[in-house]
Design a protein around this ligand. Sequence first.
Ligand code: PMP
Length: 358
Amino acid sequence: MNQVRPSAPQLAGLEPYDPKYLPARALLSANENPHDVDEDVRRAVMRELGRLPLNRYPDPLANDLRDLIAEANGLGREQVLVGNGGDELLFNLALAWGGPGRTFLNLPPTFSVYDANARLTNTTVANVPRLPDFSIDEDAVLARVAEGDIDYLVVTSPNNPTGKLADEAFLYALLEATDALVMVDEAYFEFSRMTMRPALEQHENLVILRTFSKAFSLAGVRLGYLLGNAAVISEFVKVRQPYSVDAVSQAVARVVYANRAKFEPGITAIIAERQRVFESLKKIPGVTPFPSDANYVLFRLDRAAEAWQALYESGILVRDFSRAPMLEGCLRVSIGSPEENDAFLAALRDFEMGGKPA
Ligand code: PMP
């Protein structure tokens, strides 16, 4: 048999993205919503799906959904773009603003997909690591963009997996300081209730990423969107796959978005549970949780990999970052239902204290 010639050189050493999803009683590893869409919304989704012509291609740009999102955000259709999950739009970012001879500024530790997309597209990666408390090294970022070679950067706010929002005044200063495209990744915005949306009018170089996967319980459907200025969105339109958002996903997302007020109580409950989980983690000796504005809490402890295993054996799946650079000893727990959170806290207490009351 003939051998195949090597794949593109930038693939050497790249690890495929692995969510490390395993079956478990409490799935607290992927920052999903613990509650599926409610019965009323599900019935409305089914009615909408019943009307879909499956033999026809979908609207490539999902204009009906775009219009709904645009209107809710006080924008026009040409300032919104939907994608096959936020992930697709992150890849499109690297295609449109990265490439050979271009440079991406990353702020690790953060979502690993940004770095992977830059490498896939032969984009140079410049790193400004976060400070020990995981806040952004603001002076270093401003100094780095002042060098003038950065083509795009992503500021994740709240940051995944560390949890905190970026400072608003810093984001404005950054937008002023550079003509690089600044993506603010607001995948967890509904849990922080803070957005850079008001800055769009004044800053052509701002683009905001959001997703239906978290607050709107649609991780299984794959729907993300951008808010940006028309000149930026039109560049994303050039690189996107024409039919990446299929008719079924468009229909589900339209119904869910039209019913988004119904998701508010669930979001409020997750925010309250986040506080409870954080305070409870603080009381477990040897465990240091980091404050969070999202639907997960990162925490550090000795013997983190062993703790992950003990939790898993108790039926609780959390995300192990303990071997990731700058996240040594850290695990991340997504906020689940109150019962799941209780089971997680009890199992962790058991591991740390052998069942002694905190
Ligand atoms: N950005 C961040 C920071 C995320 O954590 C995620 C999901 N893990 C995404 C973007 C992409 O989400 P999705 O593709 O499900 O829309």
